[in-house]
Design a protein around this ligand. Structure first.
Ligand code: SAM
Length: 238
């Protein structure tokens, strides 16, 4: 019997229009869909008028669910893996499943699509040529500082995810590590109604945040390098 295929299917990070035609077709053609929160995925599927059997797969149950999913793939079922938003396996459960599926010689096909980190990076105006993505930082200040210091030493654009209730404290830690004048951009509620980019030096952005209500989802991008080479090139072209 032919084995099935595991498709990694990115879904919107806010705006429901941000899903590819191929992703919709693969979801329709799959025998079942592995997702995180079934309520979240049902909202998307009902928008797309797709009705499918769902299997919930999240951090706490993932190790238990993997053998069941692999067994269905071995029986020839084609399965789509989605997450609550964006690209599965990017700061989402998914990595362990992909790893185990490959270990069992089952084909994995990854579809391109929405991801909060790339959406924020390319809209930030900070250097995109090389960057380091840290996912969610460690919560304890000492560990967070160490992580940021290691990233700083690589001298590339730094990107990470953060929840709204920790953002002021985390940016305060960034100020200690990178200094007040380093450039920072916060991508907030990207692709949604209240999408915005908050740009400035770390001290300016910190001040801005202290004077407002902090709501929504954030991607944080930091670059301390002066992109003088590009600035000079652009100036001389004009
Ligand atoms: N797999 C997702 C992706 O491809 O980006 C990331 C999932 S992770 C659990 C969720 C985090 O992504 C949020 O806490 C936030 O930092 C970031 N995020 C997701 N959607 C976002 C949006 N629309 N605007 C800004 N940040 C977003």
């Amino acid at each position: 019997m032919n084995k099935g295929i595991l498709y990694i299917v990115p879904t919107p990070i806010g705006n429901l229009e941000d899903i590819t035609l191929r992703a919709i077709r693969i979801l329709k053609e799959s025998d079942l869909i592995v997702c995180e929160d079934t309520r979240q995925t049902l909202k998307l599927l009902s928008h797309l008028q797709i009705s499918k059997k769902l299997i919930s797969f999240y951090t706490q149950n993932q190790l238990r669910k993997i053998p069941q999913i692999i067994s269905m793939l071995q029986q020839g079922k084609n399965i789509s893996l989605v997450s609550d938003c964006g690209t599965p396996a990017i700061s989402d459960p998914g990595y362990y499943l992909v790893k185990e599926v490959l270990k069992n010689n089952i084909n994995v096909i990854s579809l391109p699509g929405p991801c909060a980190l790339t959406t924020a990076l390319v809209g930030s105006g900070l250097p995109t040529d090389s960057f380091v993505f840290l996912g969610f930082l460690r919560k304890k200040t000492g560990k967070m500082k160490k992580e940021l210091e290691e990233a700083k030493s690589i001298n590339k654009t730094i990107i990470f995810y953060e929840s709204p209730h920790r953002i002021i404290k985390t940016i305060g830690t960034c100020q200690e590590v990178f200094g007040a004048d380093c450039n920072i951009v916060l991508g907030r509620e990207l692709t949604k109604k209240f999408e915005e980019y908050i740009r400035g030096t770390i001290s300016e952005v910190l001040e801005n945040l202290k004077n407002r209500e902090i709501l929504g989802e954030f991607v944080i991008i930091i670059s301390c390098t002066e992109d003088k080479e590009t600035d000079d090139k652009i100036t001389s072209e004009f």
